[in-house]
Design a protein around this ligand. Structure first.
Ligand SMILES: Cc1cc2nc3c(=O)[nH]c(=O)nc-3n(C[C@H](O)[C@H](O)[C@H](O)COP(=O)(O)O)c2cc1C
Length: 376
């Protein structure tokens, strides 16, 4: 297996590997994306069936829901699904909850309902999340169709090299930024020194994460290798394709090797971001005026809208979050990132994404609607 092949595999590329036959077909982990909620008569369940398609860190889907009475939903964070190593204050988890709420509200609108969201109705947690709900949502007739609704099913996180010969028109980039709405500050770069420096910095931060054993272990523990594991879990990050299955079967690509410096698996995983960062012609970012829980949640709602607007314009995006993370080994890169995108005192850089054009990809796995009601 040569190096370039492995990288394209880890990147999710489709590379045919000979000699793998007789594999059982695993059940599809993406059925949640097919006509979500179409059989639901309760608008809350219809809206929740869309909300679970929200972008969220490491695809942890840390959401639990309780239907209250006939017109309300209370939402909780499943604290067994946090990311303590890479997201020690659960900032990204809360951003993902914000994205969930935005899709919930947009889908309610498509059914002619308003979804009035009260974030952290019993108060917002400080450094550590607790058992209090992250939102209460009241549904009432009267909503309108948001044009972003029809892009919910097309939105993806696209971990592919982008076509750097094709620049994003300034008006499209401006529209993606404007989708964040009032209260957030956005920025972007499409060239010059800032672009070059961000390409280097995002790659270095990715490598730093792989070189930090606890952070790397967290990602490895959530790496679903091959269709069987993907179908079993329907969450986390994934590697798939015939060659992945083959490398897994012969013991090259295993969690143990991914954690062991010096192995082919470790080296290639560490190199994963290099071709992606290189093939990037634009970065876009989102900055909130502060960083309390409500602002993190608002940032998630804004990010969901930006991602849907990007999908509407066939612009592929991928968050590159490593340099935004709060663990000590990342501190120097974090400071460089803040300086590069011009974060001001009190502000918080919440999301930084690469943006460009790439081929269409299938959707990421999702658990089902009923998993939301596990133990709320
Ligand atoms: C706060 C946040 C941080 C994220 N950081 C990264 C990241 O660093 N790299 C990446 O490839 N995807 C990142 N993602 C995207 C998620 O991994 C992705 O949303 C999830 O795996 C589900 O896939 P989907 O967006 O294609 O539905 C992030 C998403 C959120 C909301």
């Amino acid at each position: 297996m040569d190096r370039r092949n492995f990288i394209s595999l880890v990147g999710g590329g489709v590379v045919m590997a000979a000699g793998l036959s007789g594999c059982e077909k695993a059940p599809d982990a993406t059925t949640a994306w097919v006509s979500p909620g179409s059989s639901e008569r309760d608008v809350r369940r219809y809206a929740l069936a869309h909300a679970i398609l929200a972008p969220n860190p490491h695809n942890r889907q840390p959401w639990l829901a309780r239907l209250d009475g006939t017109d309300a939903v209370t939402l909780f964070i499943d604290r067994s699904r946090l990311l303590p190593a890479t997201d020690p204050f659960s900032r990204q988890i809360v951003v993902g909850c914000g994205a969930f709420l935005e899709l919930l509200a947009i889908a309610a609108g498509a059914k002619g309902y308003t979804a009035t969201v009260t974030p952290f109705p019993d108060g917002q947690p400080a450094e550590a999340l607790d058992e209090r709900p992250f939102a209460r949502v009241a549904f009432a007739p009267g909503g309108t169709l948001d044009p972003l609704f029809r892009h919910i099913l097309r939105r993806r996180t696209t971990r592919e090299p982008y076509d750097v010969k094709r620049a994003i028109p300034a008006a499209d980039l401006a529209a993606v930024q404007a989708a964040a709405g009032a209260g957030m500050r956005t920025g972007s770069t499409t060239g010059g020194e800032a672009l070059a420096e961000l390409k280097v910095l995002t790659r270095e931060a990715y490598e730093r994460e792989v070189d930090t054993p606890a952070a790397n272990r967290e990602t490895i523990d959530l790496m679903r290798i091959g269709d069987k594991q993907i179908a079993e879990h329907r969450d986390g990050l994934f590697l798939r394709g015939p060659a992945i299955e083959a490398m897994h079967a012969v013991g090259i690509l295993t969690p143990e090797n991914l954690a062991k410096p010096g192995t082919t698996a470790f080296k290639q995983a560490r190199d994963f971001a290099r071709p992606l960062c290189e093939a990037t012609g634009a970065f876009v970012w989102l900055v909130s005026p502060g960083n309390d829980r409500t602002q993190q949640m608002a940032a998630g709602r804004a990010y969901a809208r930006m991602a849907l607007e990007a999908a509407a314009r066939d612009i592929a995006i991928q968050p590159m979050s490593q340099a935004l993370q709060e663990y000590p080994q990342m501190a120097a890169l974090f400071a460089r990132m803040d300086a590069l995108v011009g974060v001001r005192a009190g502000e918080r850089l919440q999301m930084l994404v690469r943006a460009g054009y790439a081929r269409d990809l299938p959707p990421a796995p999702r658990k089902g609607l009923d998993d939301l009601f596990r133990s709320a």
